[in-house]
Design a protein. Structure first.
Length: 156
């Protein structure tokens, strides 16, 4: 039976001993805290709600997260993080790859409140450079609002 792994938030078929094939942890080993989170996949030109993706409270703060990667050196990853307290930005995500795809850059403005930005460092769960998408583990409130503001884009 497909279920959401409470550790990595992937949809998985748990193995016979109830471990997650993706992260190797026991899927039955949950806490209530984990129920509040889900995985969201962000793509270019998607709107993000003004909701802190960590705690689910409304916020106008945003953290700019940018990643660069050179092809051929997989470990080369630059992370820059700046917390912005500016007005909302409509298109919050951009990913640039040049024609011969030797270099990729992702920039995303994740809404995060002042409180959370002090203690949490927004880390994407993973980046898919081929799909131009980036996955974050987010609060359910954020996910719901995200689905709402992008509901015109259903079907991608
Ligand atoms: Zn897992
Ligand atoms: Zn927060």
């Amino acid at each position: 039976m497909i279920m959401k792994c409470p550790h990595c938030y992937e949809r998985v078929f748990p193995k016979q001993d109830n471990t997650c094939p993706s992260c190797g942890k026991n899927v039955l080993d949950t806490t209530e805290d984990m129920e509040c989170y889900d995985l969201v996949e962000l793509k270019d030109k998607q709107k993000l709600p003004e909701i802190c993706f960590v705690c689910g409270e409304s916020t106008k703060n945003k953290a700019k997260i940018s990643y660069s990667r050179k092809y051929g050196s997989k470990d080369y990853l630059i992370v820059k993080l700046i917390v912005l307290i500016f007005s909302p930005i409509i298109f919050l995500f951009s990913l640039i790859a040049n024609q011969n795809r030797r270099f990729a850059k992702i920039k995303v403005y994740m809404p995060i409140c002042g409180q959370c930005s002090k203690k949490e460092r927004p880390e994407p769960k993973y980046i898919n450079y081929d799909n131009y998408s980036i996955c974050f583990i987010v609060h359910k409130n954020f996910k719901d609002a995200f689905v709402n503001v992008n509901s015109n884009n259903i079907g991608k």
